[in-house]
Structure formats: structure tokens, C-alpha cells
Write a protein that binds this ligand. Structure first.
Ligand SMILES: C[S@@+](CC[C@H](N)C(=O)[O-])C[C@H]1O[C@@H](n2cnc3c(N)ncnc32)[C@H](O)[C@@H]1O
Length: 240
């Protein structure tokens, strides 16, 4: 090929690169004008909510929460066993991490995962004051929960998933971290129910949650609908 021919080929190659769509992480998401409490980023038709900042910690720890949400019942439904390894994704103040650490005992572990160091600092203070030493605090990135592969028996996500800015990437990390037989328990305010007094982007419907979990290879195993405000959705890995 002449020098001119080589230049022409290189030019065509570069121009093709501009027009051929690339398979990149960005392909999972669409962008539009943000609605109130929204980010303007959409995943499978759902607008992702804004992250609740650590200044909202008091709301997570409000004394009436147990009664309003029956968080005691949720902890029962999880049916944890001593020795289990549990990841609390979007752990916040550790509202669930601490009681779960008691349930799994010295032989078990709770991995409290959050992107806000201030939340993890609250968990550390609380675990030291309650003398619980089986909680690892993991500072995640928005797209990587930083979990080791095939280690966890249960991934719990309470009122957190709907605000993950990279839900696809985070859930791929969670699925890779499941031990054989492991469960993902997704707890979200019921999006189908207008009586649930929560902003729309902070709720999810069963349909939407099912679609998003299916995208990472999870299937709905069962739904507990005995909590007053939230769906408790139990997912397992689809058989290969
Ligand atoms: C509304 S709080 C819920 C906290 C806790 N699960 C509870 O029910 O008390 C949501 C938490 O998710 C965390 N979060 C948001 N995006 C995250 C991500 N990509 N990975 C891990 N945590 C995330 C936030 O920092 C926040 O602490």
C-alpha cells in the first residue's frame, strides 16, 4: 500500500470509530431533565433518586421507625443463622448491620457497605459502644461495592437500591459476591401503593425491581408483603 493509501485507511478507521456505537457502561443508562428528587439518570425506565446525605442520619434512627416499618419483623424474616456472612448494602447508620451482627454471632460477619465515610464512622462508633467486633466497614465507590467473590450468604438492601447511581454495576458486584445458594433481599417502599407516604422516586414496584434484578441474572424467589410499607423481595441467582 502506498503512503497515501495508508493515510486514507487510517482516516476511514478513525471516522468509523466516531460513528459505530460502543458497548460501554454508559449504554445501561439514559439521561433527561431531572425531576424533583431525581438525578435525570434513568435505568430501565426508572429515574434514579438522589442519594440521602449523612445529615439525614437522624431520620434513619427515628424512634418510631420500628413501629412504622416493623423493622423487627423484617429482621425475623431474614432468618439469619449463626455463622452467616451478610452484606448490608447502603448500610447508612447501621440500623440493620448492628442487630444482624448479633444474630450471626462471633463466627459470622456483617459487611457494612456505604459510599459515605460519615455513615461508616457512625457505624464504627456504635459498634464499639455495643462491643460488636464482627462488622467490617467497607467504603464502596458508586459503581463498586468492593466485595470479594462468592463470600456472602445474604445481601440486604433496605431503602437504598433506588438511589444507587450505578445500579447495574453495583448489582453485578453483589451477584459475583454471592456464595452458592446465597440470597439478595431487596426492601423498597411499595411503588404500587399511593397510600405509602414516600416520594415516588424513593419507592419501587415489584415489576420494576424484577426487571432490574433479572438484568443481572437474579430471579424472584418469594415476596413477603406483611410489612406495612415495604416489599421484601427475595432473589436468587438464576440457574446457569
Ligand atoms: C436511605 S439510606 C438507607 C440506610 C439503611 N439501609 C437503612 O435502611 O437504615 C441509603 C444509603 O445508601 C447509600 N448509598 C447510596 N449509593 C450507594 C452505592 N452506590 N453503594 C453503596 N451505598 C450507597 C447512601 O450513602 C445511604 O447511606
Amino acid at each position: 500500500m502506498t503512503a497515501g493509501g495508508r493515510w486514507a485507511s487510517a482516516l476511514i478507521f478513525c471516522l468509523a470509530g466516531l460513528f459505530i456505537p460502543h458497548a460501554s457502561a454508559g449504554d445501561y443508562y439514559q439521561f433527561a431533565e431531572a425531576s424533583r428528587d431525581g438525578t435525570g439518570k434513568f435505568y430501565l425506565g426508572r429515574e434514579i433518586a438522589q442519594v440521602m446525605g449523612h445529615l439525614g442520619a437522624g431520620w434513619l434512627e427515628r424512634p418510631q421507625r420500628e413501629q412504622e416499618e416493623r423493622t423487627d419483623r423484617l429482621l425475623e424474616l431474614l432468618a439469619l443463622e449463626p455463622g452467616d456472612v451478610v452484606a448490608d448494602l447502603g448500610a447508612g447508620t447501621g440500623y440493620f448491620s448492628l442487630p444482624m451482627a448479633q444474630q450471626v454471632g462471633d463466627q459470622g460477619r456483617v459487611l457494612a457497605v456505604d459510599i459515605q465515610p460519615e455513615m461508616l464512622a457512625i457505624i464504627e462508633r456504635r459498634m464499639l459502644s455495643e462491643e460488636l467486633y464482627n462488622i467490617d466497614r467497607i467504603l464502596a465507590t458508586e459503581s463498586d461495592p468492593r466485595l470479594l467473590p462468592q463470600k456472602i450468604d445474604l445481601a440486604l438492601l433496605v431503602d437504598a437500591y433506588h438511589e444507587f447511581s450505578h445500579p447495574r454495576e453495583v448489582m453485578e458486584g453483589v451477584v459475583a459476591a454471592l456464595a452458592p445458594g446465597g440470597r439478595v433481599v431487596l426492601v423498597e417502599y411499595r411503588g404500587e401503593d399511593p397510600r405509602v407516604p414516600i416520594k415516588p422516586l424513593h419507592k419501587m414496584t415489584l415489576d420494576q425491581a424484577g426487571r432490574e434484578m433479572a438484568a443481572v441474572g437474579l430471579v424472584l424467589d418469594r415476596v413477603h408483603d406483611d410489612l406495612p410499607l415495604q416489599h421484601v423481595m427475595v432473589f436468587r441467582r438464576r440457574d446457569p
